[in-house]
Ligand binder design. Sequence first.
Ligand SMILES: [Zn+2]
Length: 105
Amino acid sequence: MNLERGVRMGVLEGIVNFLLAYLIVNGIFNYLAFTRARKAAQQAQAEKEQAAINLEVKEEIEMVRDNICGCTLPKSEAYVLFKNEIKHYFCSWNCREKYIADNQM
Ligand SMILES: [Zn+2]
């Protein structure tokens, strides 16, 4: 009788220990998954912000094409010529003069 009871207690203890171990391991895995997910979310947010900054810089430095020599340059550094209400951009004064000569302005 006592032995039977002892065996039953042992089995019960084994089940309880197993459940506790399971809960602890499960908790650790959940915590790790949560940490990883939060890190990924933070990284995604940082990348999004960086992309927005890159877009701003890109918009700030607008590139224009010089149709005489075919080069591309920042709008702020270009020589501008108004013709028929259209702005033409050139990399140099020479390109601008060449355009004027070619179009007989
Ligand atoms: Zn040019």
